[in-house]
Design a protein around this ligand. Structure first.
Ligand code: ZN
Length: 301
C-alpha cells in the first residue's frame, strides 16, 4: 500500500514538474511585451491567413475589439460597420493606451494612390526600410487597385480619406460624411479584404465638423487622425520649402514623441516626392523611429 502511495506521489510530482517545464515559455510569451521595433513583432492573434497571404506586418480584428492591438503595425478590421451591425458585434472601439515614444514620427500621405507619385514614394520607403501611412480616397483606390494592394502588402497603413474628397458633398451633413466613409470602406475591402478604422477628414475637421460628426465617428469605431506637422506641400510649394517647413516645425520639442507629418502623394505633388529623401534622412539623422498610424497613435495636439 505504502509503495503504491509513494509511486502515486512521485507520479504527481513528475506531472507538476512537466507542466511547469512545458508552460514556462508560454508564460514568458504571455507576459512578453514587444518593444516597438519590427524585429520583435507582438503576437498577432487575429491574423487571418486567407486575407493575409504572406503578410506578417498587419494586425486584423475579426470580432470584438477587446484584444490589445500592437503599437507599430497597421491595424485593420475584417468587417465593415454594416457587417458588424448585422452580426450584433460592437462597433465602438475601447480607449486604447496611446503610445508616446521618445522620438517617433508618422509620415502620412493623403489623396492617393496616384500612378505617378505613389510608386516613387513606395520605392523610397522600401529603400530606407521604413513604413508610412496612406490616407486614400475611394475614387483613387477604385482607379488604382494594384497600388492600394502594394501599399497594403508592403506593410504600410491605409486610412479612409472619404470617397470623392468634394467638400460640398462630404460636409452636407454627418450622414453624407458617414456614407462616404462606408462607401470607401467597401472599395478598400473589395481590394484588400479588410478595411481601416483610421480616417482623415479632407481639409481637416476644423470648420467642417460639429459635435454630431464626432458622435457618429465614435459610435461606429472610426478614429479621426489629424496632424501636427504640416509640410505645406500645396501645389505651388517647392521641394526645398516643403523640407524646410518640416524642419522648422520640428524645433518644437513637444512634437518629438508623436510627430504626425502631413504630406500628399496625390496628383500634382511631385515636389513632395522630390523632398522626401531629405525628409527621411532628417528624421533618421535625429534618431526618430518611424511608425504607422494605428489605434494607439496619440491625438496630434
Ligand atoms: Zn486630402
Amino acid at each position: 500500500m505504502e509503495s503504491s502511495k509513494i509511486f502515486r506521489i512521485i507520479c504527481q510530482l513528475f506531472t507538476i514538474m512537466l507542466i511547469v517545464i512545458v508552460s514556462s515559455p508560454l508564460i514568458s510569451l504571455a507576459f512578453y511585451t514587444s518593444p516597438t521595433n519590427e524585429l520583435n513583432p507582438p503576437l498577432n492573434l487575429h491574423q487571418d491567413e486567407s486575407v493575409n497571404k504572406g503578410i506578417s506586418d498587419v494586425y486584423i480584428f475579426n470580432d470584438d475589439y477587446s484584444d490589445d492591438p500592437p503599437t507599430n503595425k497597421p491595424v485593420y478590421d475584417l468587417l465593415t460597420v454594416a457587417e458588424r451591425q448585422a452580426k450584433s458585434l460592437t462597433t465602438v472601439l475601447p480607449a486604447y493606451q496611446p503610445y508616446y515614444g521618445e522620438k517617433t514620427v508618422y509620415l502620412t500621405f493623403d489623396d492617393g494612390p496616384d500612378p505617378e507619385n505613389t510608386p516613387i514614394v513606395l520605392d523610397l520607403l522600401k529603400k530606407h526600410g521604413i513604413k508610412a501611412t496612406f490616407f486614400v480616397t475611394g475614387t483613387q483606390a477604385e482607379k488604382y487597385p494594384n497600388l492600394l494592394k502594394q501599399i497594403y502588402q508592403e506593410g504600410h497603413a491605409i486610412g479612409n480619406h472619404s470617397y470623392n474628397h468634394i467638400y460640398r458633398d462630404l460636409y452636407q451633413s454627418p450622414h453624407s460624411y458617414m456614407a462616404q466613409l462606408h462607401q470607401t470602406d467597401n472599395v478598400i475591402k473589395n481590394i484588400i479584404g479588410v478595411r481601416p478604422n483610421i480616417t482623415r477628414a479632407p481639409g481637416g475637421t476644423v470648420g467642417s465638423f460639429n459635435s454630431r460628426y464626432w458622435e457618429f465617428l465614435k459610435k461606429e469605431g472610426y478614429i479621426e487622425v489629424g496632424w501636427n506637422v504640416s509640410s505645406g506641400d500645396a501645389s505651388e510649394a517647392r521641394a526645398d520649402d516643403i523640407f524646410q517647413n518640416i524642419v522648422y516645425q520640428m524645433n518644437n520639442t513637444y512634437l518629438w514623441s508623436h510627430a504626425i507629418v502631413l504630406m500628399h502623394d496625390g496628383r500634382g505633388h511631385s515636389e513632395t516626392v522630390k523632398a522626401l529623401p531629405n525628409i527621411i534622412t532628417y528624421f533618421k539623422k535625429h534618431d526618430f523611429e518611424f511608425h504607422v498610424i494605428n489605434l494607439k497613435t496619440p491625438s496630434p495636439w
